[in-house]
Design a protein around this ligand. Sequence first.
Ligand code: ADP
Length: 308
Amino acid sequence: MDQIKIFAPASVANVSCGFDVLGFCLDPVGDEMLIRKTNASGVKITKIEGQNLPLDVKKNVAGVAAEALLKAHPTQSGFEIEIHKKIKAGSGIGSSAASAAGAVFGINELLGKPYTAHELIAFAMEGEGLASGSAHADNVAPVLMGGITLVRSINPVDVIQLPTPKALTAVILHPKIELKTMHAREIIKKNVTMEKAIQQWGNLGAFVSALFNEDYDLMSRSLKDEIVEPMRSLLIPEFESLKKASIDAGALGFGISGSGPSVYALTKGIDSAQKISNAINKVISSIGIDFEIHISKINEQGIKILTN
Ligand code: ADP
């Protein structure tokens, strides 16, 4: 096999009670990538469509992640990468993670799979380090492993795949405003009170248990974030109205996706997701911002091979 075409999906990280540790993989939204094995050594990004992003391997997360893998696994062959971007960079639904994870997944397949999905996380994280200044795994992990993942540690990488309740469905709203990750970061306080920390680990533990038991009521009680959301939500227009409209329409929880501006709701079933989508559509339409809404099952497979 000398080339592979893949679908590299979007993902939601910083899932309410799981800031920096919980993420899930989306289904219908994602980029396509074509990766080719060549005789020339090294990595080349030959084409990027849909977004204005650097072809320079050192400045593109796909290139950085690919080089990290090849440093650990030297080979005579080279690799050419084409990226067809559908996920806007900086939208908060793991645009850079899709490229970083897609690059290492594709190369690993073409090399005959020397690494497991879990092992690929460390390489993809190096790409993520380029995008956000610090390597984090909560987007690349669900993209590579599929479903819902919990990052227990990034050094060493220790990621657990959690069960996906069958009816769990996400609604994603991407308000098309620019929100710099840097600003979203600056607004977070560096210290957490003991009281808030106790609430957060209580909620995170409960949410994990709820996933194992398909307990939607418990999911709804535990999808809370008292630490980051109160500050970051100030950067997202109509956040509180969108949250109220979603919860009133049946959402189990509603929060910021990644570092925003996208927001997500989780719910049980497609019908409820459609109601939530209608409710947030009404709120966001009233303020005249361009936006997109996606309804998505949790993608349990992660990256998909389209053709070889
Ligand atoms: P998101 O918030 O959607 O997850 P990120 O903040 O992860 O987006 O990444 C966006 C940043 O990464 C931008 O500064 C972008 O220029 C940079 N970047 C470099 N290579 C890529 C790539 N292949 N895809 C997306 N973004 C990339």
